[in-house]
Write a protein that binds this ligand. Sequence first.
Ligand code: THU
Length: 134
Amino acid sequence: MTPADQALFEAAERVRARAHVPYSKFAVGAAILADDGSIYAGCNVENAAYPQGSCAEAGAIAAMALAGERRIAEILVAGDGDALCTPCGGCRQRIREFADPSSAIHIAGPEGVRRTFTLAELLPESFGPDHLPV
Ligand code: THU
């Protein structure tokens, strides 16, 4: 792991401990490396009205946006369990708004990064801001 990836992993694990997951008990942490080298993290926050819960990636993206950053260079998602904690479909599209097809999406378990994908691998032929004539 590069020093930047190690910092992302540590940031994601730190906030994963703050996840509000009384229903699924599945805590997720996400950390974004922005283009300027700054890091923004988020955790999942569930709700008794289930669809109102939000994913860790959404929290990290909100933290990045409120800091004034708009470009995701890399993102790391950390979750427990044997299966890879890959972003849900909705979060792949959320990431797409701020990342390039070649941007790295690292998937980590508690022990470290398990696999790295590009955004294009997880969301091929995607629709994005460049499709709109604005
Ligand atoms: N979850 C995330 O926060 N990010 C992911 O990449 C996958 C799933 C959350 C949503 C819900 O709170 C819990 O994990 C179980 O689906």
